[in-house]
Design a protein around this ligand. Structure first.
Ligand code: ADP
Length: 240
């Protein structure tokens, strides 16, 4: 397993620093929550890690330096992300979505990295995301939470080792949120996970480190209780 190490990350848009010198480390197999008000730079940080925007500084996943590599090369290293709105093929079944995702990652590098056959990876992902009995259902007819899990499954079949999730429990019912928590627990057993999140109760249930971003910088870092008690965080969220 590899960890994520970010040093002095900077992303500027026309001179405006959306990410302004962020450093953070996520240990191999850990889950790190990223919070911060709208415009704090959370999405841009994930975009920089996945190669979608140009950035300076350094981003390493294990031994691999990521900055400057094109998106497809970063994906090949086993780095995958989800978006706030799940991107699944609505007209295809759950199984077909997973098959396509597994095939999309195919290539000499991916095949070397893979330890299992595609059907085995798909079957395992179906169980992990709890959709084995929904495999023949059209993705477009799934409940909101199930679509999010399918999107995570589509990354699992590509053998991702670093998973970046954008508000995975937004809009979910309590039951769906609990199931997502259990899924993250399983997924993080042998992967490193970064989660952009707002739901404090959800984060608290993991008792992991939270990094608070504000105006492109790290404002605070610690447990949920620690960052909630931090006057700098209260100032930003409540204007206290
Ligand atoms: P968050 O995800 O924390 O809400 P973002 O990373 O989306 O924040 O945005 C950080 C800042 O960068 C915001 O001020 C946003 O307007 C700006 N920004 C993001 N993407 C672009 C872009 N492509 N061009 C110009 N400004 C951008």
């Amino acid at each position: 397993m590899s960890g994520l190490s970010i040093r002095d990350l900077r992303v500027t848009f026309d001179g405006f620093a959306a990410v302004d010198g962020v450093s953070l480390d996520v240990a191999p197999g850990d889950i790190r929550f990223l919070i911060g008000p709208n415009g704090a730079g959370k999405t841009t940080l994930v975009d920089a890690v996945t190669g979608l925007v140009k950035a300076s500084g350094s981003v390493r996943f294990g031994e691999q330096a990521l900055l400057g590599k094109p998106v497809h090369q970063i994906a090949r290293l086993g780095i995958g992300r989800t978006f706030q709105t799940a991107t699944v093929f609505e007209e295809l079944t759950v199984l077909q979505n997973l098959d396509i995702a597994a095939g999309a990652g195919r290539g000499p590098w991916t095949m070397l990295r893979r330890r299992r056959s595609v059907p085995a990876a798909v079957a395992e992902a179906l169980e992990t995301i709890g959709l084995a009995d929904q495999r023949d259902k059209l993705a477009g007819t799934l409940a909101h939470g199930q679509k999010q899990w399918l999107e995570i499954g589509m990354l699992l079949v590509q053998d991702v080792k670093l998973l970046l999730l954008d508000e995975p429990v937004a809009g979910m019912s309590h039951e769906e949120r609990d199931a997502t928590g259990a899924l993250l627990g399983v997924v993080s057993a042998d992967r490193t996970v970064v989660v952009i999140e707002h739901d404090m109760d959800f984060m608290r249930s993991f008792a992991r480190t939270v990094t608070v971003l504000h105006a492109g910088k790290v404002l605070s870092e610690g447990s949920v209780a620690e960052v909630q008690a931090d006057p700098a965080v209260q100032q930003v969220y409540l204007g206290a």
